[in-house]
Design a protein around this ligand. Structure first.
Ligand SMILES: *[C@@H]1O[C@H](CO)[C@@H](O)[C@H](O)[C@H]1NC(C)=O
Ligand SMILES: *[C@@H]1O[C@H](CO)[C@@H](O)[C@H](O)[C@H]1NC(C)=O
Length: 356
């Protein structure tokens, strides 16, 4: 119990020191987490005990996307990495984003021959990073990698390239470097849709006609973007398109509205955060002939009785977990993704001595 309160306080003093928009109370923020009483003590245990063995890649390489690279370099330089595979809870198989499936199969075949660890669990205590994701293949090495190992994908993961409950997504990258909302915050727009370079759905086109909605038609500079996030009540994202502003929307107090026609199984930090406390999820076809009205109705309903102010406060707290740092900080995306790996360390089939 003593340990629990200690880490709880640690965590919340961390929030209050970096919170700039709202202050947040403990009871408030507890509802942000699926298991607040487990998360904080377990996170401390992870910091002390978690060990990952990293196989040496066949050739030095770098990842192509920013979040993959950031996760990789953060992990490489972290105290979680051990040189002694006997000491490891999990094994990391690094390979480049654009490696052909045939070459990936060869990587697995080689480490199966060279080390005893793959055969022990058929890959269940192994993980890899791949934004592109692995599809279903017939090669045995790829089948085991896909079915047993933890895939760290990017959010949103491509269709059919993600196995719920086992795989993890990296929170999307940020578009800006700002950490503070502009001083004179006033909700000038009801809804804001950031430019995302893809063809918009009928719904988004419909929203164009609404004068209180701002739809970007070209990318804007950082300052403008921050200003728009901070001065909009709702920020709309189409699931499957570019979701890269979602962390910033939360940080600057714009309530994310995710437009999706099916349940989302790959939200970042899904094992930790209660997403329904910080974002609204709306189907694009709820009101086929009145998309605009449908969305407006959902927005009105979401914000009955000041619920939105509470959601926005939680969203600011959540943004600390979702916005990447060049150098990892406590409870940031790097540490939270490692925590999700920590939660998956017991997928191991074979008896082994206990470390913790
Ligand atoms: C792992 O098992 C395969 C057969 O499935 C075998 O060929 C290989 O030598 C084993 N690896 C080790 C290191 O024993
Ligand atoms: C307040 O907002 C207006 C319009 O959005 C802007 O022109 C002005 O510079 C802002 N003032 C401050 C002090 O940030």
């Amino acid at each position: 119990m003593a340990i629990f309160y200690f880490s709880f306080i640690l965590c919340f003093s961390f929030f209050s020191s970096s919170l700039s928009i709202h202050s947040i109370s403990i009871t408030d923020s507890a509802s942000l987490y699926l298991s607040p009483t487990i998360l904080f003590p377990d996170y401390q245990k992870m910091l002390k005990s978690f060990r990952i063995y990293m196989y040496t890649p066949p050739k030095p390489f770098s990842f192509t996307s920013p979040v993959e690279s950031l996760f990789f370099s953060s992990l490489k330089n972290s105290p979680f990495v051990t040189q002694d595979p006997e000491d490891a809870h999990l094994f990391f198989v690094p390979f480049p984003s654009d490696l052909s499936t045939r070459s990936i199969a060869r990587v697995i075949r080689d480490l199966r021959m060279e080390f005893p660890y793959w055969n022990r669990t058929l890959g269940a205590d192994h993980f890899y990073v791949s934004c592109a994701g692995l599809g279903y293949e017939s090669d045995r090495n790829l089948v085991e990698l896909k079915k047993n190992s933890v895939q760290i994908s990017c959010f949103p993961a491509p269709d059919g390239k993600f196995v719920p409950h086992k795989d993890i997504t990296l929170p999307p990258p940020a578009n800006t470097h700002a950490t503070q909302a502009p001083a004179n915050r006033t909700a000038r727009y009801r809804g804001f849709v950031k430019y995302n370079g893809v063809k918009e759905s009928a719904l988004i086109n419909d929203l164009r006609s609404a004068s209180d909605f701002l739809m970007e038609t070209e990318p804007s500079d950082e300052k403008t973007l921050v200003d728009r996030f901070a001065n909009s009540e709702f920020c709309l994202f189409e699931y499957g398109a570019d979701t890269s502003g979602i962390g910033e929307a939360l940080r600057f107090g714009c309530l994310p509205v995710v437009i999706t026609d099916r349940p989302i199984k790959d939200l970042p930090l899904m094992d930790v955060l209660r997403w329904q406390e910080i974002a609204a999820f709306v189907g694009s076809t709820v009101n086929t002939n009145s998309g605009l009205k449908g969305v407006k109705r959902v927005l009105d309903r979401t914000c009955k009785d000041d619920t939105c102010e509470g959601m926005r406060r939680l969203g600011v707290a959540a943004s600390h977990h979702l916005l990447w740092n060049e150098k990892p900080e406590p409870y940031d995306p790097f540490h939270m993704v490692v925590y999700e790996l920590w939660l998956r360390r017991h997928t191991i089939r074979y008896a082994r001595s206990e470390w913790i």
